[in-house]
Design a binder for this molecule. Structure first.
Ligand code: 3HC
Length: 677
């Protein structure tokens, strides 16, 4: 053993069994020093005649959770991972992986070169690389089909979902289940029992199973994988395993891995992996700040938002009191929640008794007084400042001391709302995205006077109910909707100049967005925020609203819809646009797709730069997280601010200038340095 052998890997002996232990918190990632330690200790164990079998296990909460993602893109250091794996697989003594927590990615690939695998029942095993825009590039795509067969290997690699240990055992990925508290001892006993059998190198096993599953997976996931490269690369590698000798398969896998690794999709997806975790951190707040205790949640408003918000809490076992002004609205709201849960139960997501238990957590009421005992109260009534101020004024009288008072407003001034109470420190915004029980984003809006522990508690609650929470400052529309505004304005202008709604929308869906600006308007309701005066027609939207073209709900908006809500381009909308164009004296011209990108997506980057400079977002990556989880920005493009770096901030600034936009100073700065955000 050299003096430089790192302490993140150690070795102990239990009679004739050597136990090699990885200890690299927090997730035992395969950092360079772990690879070095594995190489050194395996060499030592193999050279020791007293050692007849080897166990590889980990300290801490988990088995190896993968390659160290933070090392990607940096100068290589330490031994090559594949070389270390080849040494383990070629060992002349049986090697047993002892798995707890998660064996993921490179972690599972390490377990796959061990000759046997023992796991505790709570362990999970998988290859989630596809979620980082990658594939298991250390033999995973070649060894898995030799252990679990083509069907399971293709599914595991292309979808990236880990398997529970019991399922892994069924598939032969795990040889034996160990006791939850006796893994170390059980693995040693298992290894000792295998001394007589000797090693079982995975590469020498035959690939089995039906390759037809690969095409079936492609068909079944065509919509989900639209625009993504990695799922297809994973499947190509598994397919290669069925026809190439092992070494050639490895070479093919390497080539595909490098392509993905060098490409922008994986860079974007890795960026989001860290961005999502970073978003949870609040600058300037101690990590161990004492949180307020939240057990009982109050919701004001049983409409679509209120009901959806409540569902998040019910699913996590919170008691909820929901308040409406009218009995029929309350009944309707609860009916919708029940219907949604019943539909989920029919799909097997919940058991019927779970639905009953969740519904049993609800106390419906027609009086705000019923919220007196709540620890967190979320107001989700319509967007009217006067109404919100009145509600918060009343809550100030009713809520117990220390209760957190949150508004689900999507645009309004949280400071003004807070000022209608005598306790602005307890007030903040919790902006959910529709449908609130599905969308992962939560903007937590920090008012000028919001107390630190209130902010930290709201962020923690967000995580608890399965949201990705992002801190936003007070400004019109916060992060997401503020950036949406210039996009929508410009999209309308493009119509006047000659584009059609379907052309603009197609540019956005081809880019990877789930829908374009006009499809989104139709879905949300063209009439949202409309002044409601049919005689006041100042925009295309006013004209649509005046004619009752309020979107999908009226089967007419920017598109015409049939009963199944299938959209078709509308001749009437074209007429309305033509009338406006004539009135405005604008000559119709050909609009290129590139111009649509420059005038609808680039302004979002510009607005993002303003938000960042004003401190309304803590960091550029938070803005990316908002757009990925709140609006379905394609994750393989990493969010608008990351994308700006790929597209070129200089190119964006120049194009914006050429279209007459005022370029944000921060964007100008980045453009001058040819830097990303
Ligand atoms: N490399 C580097 N850092 C990692 C990491 C990894 N593979 N996995 C997690 N971390 C870091 C996180 O960034 C986080 O850091 P922070 O505290 O500074 O924010 C910390 O470890 C804890 O992570 P989580 O907050 O995610 O902890 P959880 O307990 O919620 O989840 C986990 C643990 C399930 C292991 C989850 O972190 C995870 O899914 N990690 C990624 C697993 C993965 O994708 N592995 C494949 C890597 S690629 C690969 O192996 C390529 C190979 O085929 C060649």
């Amino acid at each position: 053993m050299s003096e430089d052998t790192p302490v993140s890997v150690t070795m102990q002996k239990d009679g004739d069994v050597a136990v090699i232990i990885v200890n690299n918190p927090p997730v035992n990632a395969l950092s360079w020093h772990v690879r070095q330690g594995l190489a050194d200790h395996f060499a030592a164990a193999l050279a020791d005649d007293g050692v007849k079998a080897i166990v590889l296990r980990c300290d801490g909460t988990t088995f190896i959770a993968g390659a160290d993602i933070s090392e990607f893109g940096k100068a290589p250091r330490g031994p090559d991972f594949n070389a270390v794996l080849n040494t383990i697989e070629a060992a002349s003594k049986p090697v047993v992986a002892a798995i707890h927590g998660t064996a993921l990615g490179g972690g599972l690939e390490t377990a796959l070169v061990c000759h046997y695998r023992v796991a505790v029942p709570s362990a999970k095993l998988g290859v989630p690389e596809v979620k980082l825009g990658l594939l298991p590039g250390a033999g995973g795509t070649q060894r898995l089909p030799r252990v679990v067969g083509v069907e399971a290997a293709a599914t595991m690699t292309s979808l990236g979902e880990p398997l529970p240990a019991a399922k892994a055992k069924e598939l032969g990925l795990v040889d034996a289940l160990a006791g939850e508290d006796s893994l170390a001892a059980d693995a040693i006993a298992f290894a000792r029992a295998k001394i007589a059998d000797g090693p079982r190198p995975t590469r020498e096993r035959a690939v089995f199973g039906d390759v037809a599953v690969i095409e079936q997976l492609k068909t079944a996931n065509a919509k989900r994988w639209r625009g993504f490269e990695a799922p297809y690369a994973n499947l190509a590698c598994v397919e290669a395993a069925t026809r190439l000798p092992f070494e050639e398969g490895l070479a093919f896998e390497r080539q595909e891995f490098m392509k993905l690794m060098m490409g922008s999709q994986s860079a974007a997806q890795r960026h989001i992996f860290f961005a999502e975790r970073q978003a949870a951190k609040i600058d300037g707040l101690p990590k161990d700040i004492k949180l307020r205790d939240v057990k009982h949640v109050g919701i004001i408003g049983a409409g679509t938002m209120g009901g959806g918000i409540m569902m998040n809490f019910l699913q996590k076992g919170f008691r909820c009191t929901i308040v409406e002004t009218q009995q029929d609205a309350l009944d309707r709201g609860l009916g919708v929640v029940r219907k949604n849960y019943d539909a989920s139960a029919a799909k097997g997501r919940f058991k019927p008794e779970q639905v009953d238990a969740m519904m049993g957590l609800i106390t419906p009421s027609l009086s705000l007084d019923a919220l007196a005992d709540c620890d967190l109260i979320i107001e989700a009534v319509y967007e009217d400042m006067a109404v919100k101020k009145q509600i918060f004024g009343k809550l100030d009288q009713i809520a117990k001391p220390g209760a957190i008072l949150a508004s689900n407003t999507s645009y309004l001034d949280v400071n003004e709302i807070a000022a209608s109470t005598s306790r602005p420190g307890d007030v903040l915004g919790m902006h959910f995205f529709s449908p609130a029980n599905v969308m992962k984003l939560l903007e937590v809006v920090r008012g000028d006077k919001t107390a630190d522990d209130v902010l930290a508690t709201a962020m923690a609650i967000g995580k608890k109910i399965g949201k990705v929470a992002v801190v936003a400052g007070v400004c019109h529309g916060f992060i997401g909707n503020r950036m949406l505004a210039p996009r929508q304005i410009e999209a309308q202008k493009l119509l006047l100049e000659g584009a059609t709604p379907q052309q603009v929308d197609k540019v956005h869906t081809d880019f990877g967005m789930p829908m374009g600006p006009f499809q989104m308007s139709d879905l949300a309701g063209v009439d949202i925020g409309w002044h409601r005066d049919p005689n006041r027609i100042e925009s295309i939207r006013d004209a649509l609203c005046a004619e009752g073209r309020w979107g999908q709900k009226k089967q007419a908006g920017f598109y015409d819809y049939d009963e199944k809500r299938t959209p078709t381009p509308s001749a009437r909308v074209e007429e309305i646009i033509a009338e406006f164009r004539k009135k405005a004296g604008i000559e119709k011209r050909e609009i290129t797709d590139q111009e649509i990108i420059e005038r609808t997506l680039y302004p979002m980057v510009n607005e993002g730069a303003l938000i960042l400079a004003e401190g309304k977002a803590q960091r550029a990556s938070d803005i990316d997280v908002v757009w990925i989880y709140g609006y379905g920005w394609p994750i393989y493009r990493g969010g608008p601010m990351f994308w700006a770096g790929i597209e070129g901030t200089d190119k964006i600034a120049a194009a914006l200038e050429s279209h007459g936009f005022e370029v944000a100073p921060l964007l100008k700065e980045k453009a001058a340095a040819k830097a990303g955000f």
